[in-house]
Design a protein around this ligand. Sequence first.
Ligand SMILES: [Zn+2]
Length: 101
Amino acid sequence: MAPVLVVGAVLSCGHGPITVKSNAILTVAGQPVLLADDARSQAAFKCSLSTPCTAFGPFEGLSTVLTVRGQRVLLTTTTAKTLPNGSLIITAPGQTVLVAK
Ligand SMILES: [Zn+2]
């Protein structure tokens, strides 16, 4: 079991912090959870570089049991590459209430 990531999560691409958006209907402590299909797009995941990472994924270590409208939820165990040359670093999930596997 691992904490579910929400919009308040502290994430980095290895170069700088990533700001995230989510419109998921599932929220934890008022913050939407992060979903894999959303996270693949730069519109949802955006790093702070002047030339930001252009893509995130493939994602591994996603929840195998918790989905929202068919999209798997990101956990603290999730890993991903970022393009062109980084990887997802999860410092904090943004909430401590909901865990999943
Ligand atoms: Zn980046």
